[in-house]
Design a protein around this ligand. Structure first.
Ligand code: ADP
Ligand code: MG
Length: 699
């Protein structure tokens, strides 16, 4: 068994071992240098790598290759070309050149570009990203690539992500050298994303327009039993689900994704999968691939995998926890407190940097997780609030408090610094309880950013995190640049102290779900950006444009283009939801309710025709109640139609998004309240779609 798994793991990946086996030594070395240092790859090297890749891929059953990229649709894109090349005599040979490996030219005109397309050529380029390994899926060799316009503007998520990793690397190494850690040559960020999802029966899914068109239920009365018994969390896996998870694990392992943990989540039919962490770039690619495989494999088991942030009202939605840290090429995790005070000092400096980064760019972090789907979760009592704050735990908070106030941290090994006034205390890894209500929590040797939505790429939050931290590290280096090496320890200590003083407002160890916190956060001056239309304009705030342009992550043009795309995504999502709900009302729900009311009326008449003495009061009362709600519902649907039409007339994209948020979204909520009320009284077989009870209680 162990051998079988070891053999299976990574068997469809062009990984380091395959490269070492298949590539001439000098080519392998050149490629490693490119992977590790980002150096330019010469064409002869690319040719040799392409040849080895093709041979390996064909040996493993591949006939095609594709440049695999992540346009701003939120999904991945691929265009398959076969290796076949006719020789002119009716035969073919299989070919794959270095040029084909390194560069592709898909037509960019059908991918969102947020205005960039209007001013530039439609042509786009994909460029090989050697730092994320190629793999085989369904008979095709997948080559991870970045995607940009003819003039070099990024049209994807990978390009800015790689840029942000470079920025953090540059700034972290500079700072480490400055404080005397001169051995370090590189720093990478690491990510382990925990992915939540729902599985429901395929037959149920097919019958619901809302699930098919929008990924979530737009109406539906709660099932008698939701998640109140907490019996699903970590509960035993149903055999059908276990079979799905088993196949998923194996398929993930084959493509080199280290799927590690799987369990049932809080809500019925909700589950989670977590891989072992990896470098950010690889983790992002792997998460995209994981979501895709989840959907495909679910189909094989007669399930549909729902990745929407809020498929069902009244029970938890799905998110992603982005575990994040920084690690040196010597293998040191910079967010690990370490064993000695000196390591602690370095740790505290990087910790302070993260705290300042989160405080300074809380708006951008919030923005990085904003979507129509995730708006349902953030701020509801199931997911972190829309207010971005940091949980540190008691011990670490006490350490920072000691530093800030020149107190001795009560720990035996605390070391008095030369000045006698200050201490760099030694402390162990934080052991306090987990706080599930915090959006950004320190968990021992990493931070866990918990506000991410389940369906979105994890690239954007990591771009923001990397860049914001890079900026703070850069400001730290600037402050320390003129300090004498002898005075460095004191200066670092002072810098940590100043940073904590200035940014401790973002630290909050209490209950993030409480009303008190909303008030308290407002007093502290923290952002509470509740909806997507409210947060998106922050992208064009001067401070944020400065951040991203300074570090070469986005040009101003790219930021404007992303702003347009995000607004457009929001409005389009709401538009589709509004249209779907209208269609469901007119074509499914309202006719069913009419028929039901008619049946009741007939029933009452027939009873009366037998004898006036037969009581019909309760039926009449129910009919009256339903008929009244039906009237209100009809009026609400008419209003939704009118408001949607008005929204579509608005030309300014922000105003349009705001209008979709209110009144269109509010109209939808109104309709839902009437429909859900009526649904409770309808016989199951009179309803044109499966109810929550049916969907969430399959076996
Ligand atoms: P839990 O949060 O459920 O207690 P763990 O703390 O073991 O679980 O890890 C959750 C996720 O964090 C896993 O994907 C794990 O690989 C990842 N992780 C652990 N260490 C790091 C790190 N240094 N950088 C990024 N992710 C990490
Ligand atoms: Mg976790």
């Amino acid at each position: 068994m162990e051998q079988r798994i070891a053999k299976m793991y990574g068997s469809l990946v062009f990984n380091d071992k395959v490269m070492r086996d298949k590539l001439p030594k000098d080519i392998y070395k050149a490629l490693r240098k490119t992977i590790e240092r980002g150096t330019h790859l010469e064409l002869d090297v690319a040719n040799a790598v392409a040849l080895a890749m093709k041979e390996w891929a064909v040996e493993n059953g591949a006939t095609h290759y594709t440049h695999w990229f992540q346009p701003l649709t939120g999904f991945t894109a691929e265009k398959h070309d076969s290796f076949i090349s006719p020789t002119g005599d009716g035969e073919v040979i299989l070919e794959f050149s270095g040029k084909e490996l390194v560069k592709g030219e898909p037509d960019a005109s059908s991918f969102p570009s947020g205005g960039i397309r209007a001013t530039f050529e439609a042509r786009g380029y994909t460029a090989w990203d050697p730092s994320s390994p190629a793999f085989i899926k369904d008979g095709t060799l997948f080559i991870p690539t970045a995607f940009c316009s003819y003039t070099g503007e990024a049209l994807d998520k990978k390009t800015p992500l790689l840029r942000s990793m470079d920025a953090l690397n540059r700034e972290a190494v500079k700072l480490l050298h400055m404080i005397g850690n001169t051995d370090v040559e590189g720093v990478t960020t690491t990510v382990g994303p925990e992915q939540e999802y729902f599985l429901i029966d395929k037959e149920d899914y097919k019958k619901r327009r809302d699930l098919r068109f929008t990924g979530r239920t737009l109406i539906g009365a709660p099932a008698p039993k939701g998640q109140e018994m907490d019996d699903h969390y970590f509960g035993a896996l149903r055999p059908r689900v276990a079979a799905f998870m088993h196949e998923l694990d194996e398929e993930l392992w084959k493509v080199g994704i280290p799927a590690k943990t799987k369990h049932n989540e809080v809500a019925p039919c909700q589950h989670e999968l977590a891989p072992v962490f990896d470098t950010t770039n690889v983790a992002v690619d792997h998460n995209q691939l994981t979501m895709e495989l989840m959907k495909n494999i679910a189909q094989k088991h007669n399930f549909v995998c729902l990745l929407h942030e809020k498929p069902f009202a009244g029970i938890n939605g799905s998110g992603k926890h982005n575990n994040w840290s920084m690690s040196t090429n010597k293998g040191t995790n910079l967010l690990d407190p370490g064993k000695t005070p000196i390591e602690n000092m370095q740790f505290l400096l990087f910790l302070a940097a993260v705290i300042k980064a989160v405080d300074d760019y809380a708006d951008m972090l919030r923005l990085s997780v904003a979507s129509a789907g995730n708006d349902h979760r953030l701020g509801a009592n199931e997911a972190p609030p829309a207010i971005i704050s940091i949980f540190l735990g008691d011990e670490l908070t006490a350490v920072l408090d000691a530093i800030e106030n020149d107190k001795l941290f009560k720990n035996d090994i605390a070391v008095l610094m030369e000045t006698g006034a200050s201490v760099i205390p030694h402390f162990t890894r934080d052991t306090t309880d987990r706080n599930r209500t915090s959006p950004f929590a320190f968990t021992g040797n990493k931070f866990e950013f918990r506000s991410l939505g389940s369906s979105a790429s994890v690239a954007t939050p990591n771009i923001v995190l990397n860049t914001a931290v890079a900026e703070v590290l850069s400001s730290f280096s600037e402050k320390l640049s003129s300090v004498d090496p002898d005075a460095m320890m004191d200066a670092v200590h002072q810098l940590i102290k100043d940073t904590i003083k200035a940014h401790k407002r973002v630290i909050f160890n209490g209950n993030g779900y409480s009303e008190d916190w909303v008030e308290e956060a407002a007093k502290r001056g923290l952002y509470n950006l509740k909806s997507t239309p409210e947060v998106l304009p922050r992208l064009l705030d001067e401070k944020n444009i400065k951040l991203f342009t300074k570090h070469g992550i986005y040009t101003e043009t790219e930021m404007h283009s992303r702003y347009e795309i995000l607004l457009e995504n929001y409005t389009k999502t709401l538009h589709i939801e509004a249209c779907t709900l209208k269609e469901m009302m007119y074509q499914d729900f309202m006719p069913a309710v009419s028929t039901f009311m008619d049946t009741m009326a007939q029933h009452i008449i027939r009873k009366k025709s037998v004898s006036e003495a037969i009581p019909t009061a309760s039926e009449e009362a129910l009919l009256k109640t339903i008929a009244e709600k039906y009237e209100a519902l009809s009026a609400a649907v008419v209003k939704l139609e009118a408001d949607t039409a008005k929204a579509e007339e608005i030309s300014d994209e922000l105003t349009k998004a705001q209008f979709y948020h209110d009144p269109v979204f509010t109209d939808m909520a109104d309709i839902r309240s009437y429909a859900d009320f009526i649904e409770q009284y309808m016989p199951e077989d009179a309803l044109p779609y499966p109810t929550y009870s049916q969907m969430l209680a399959y076996v």
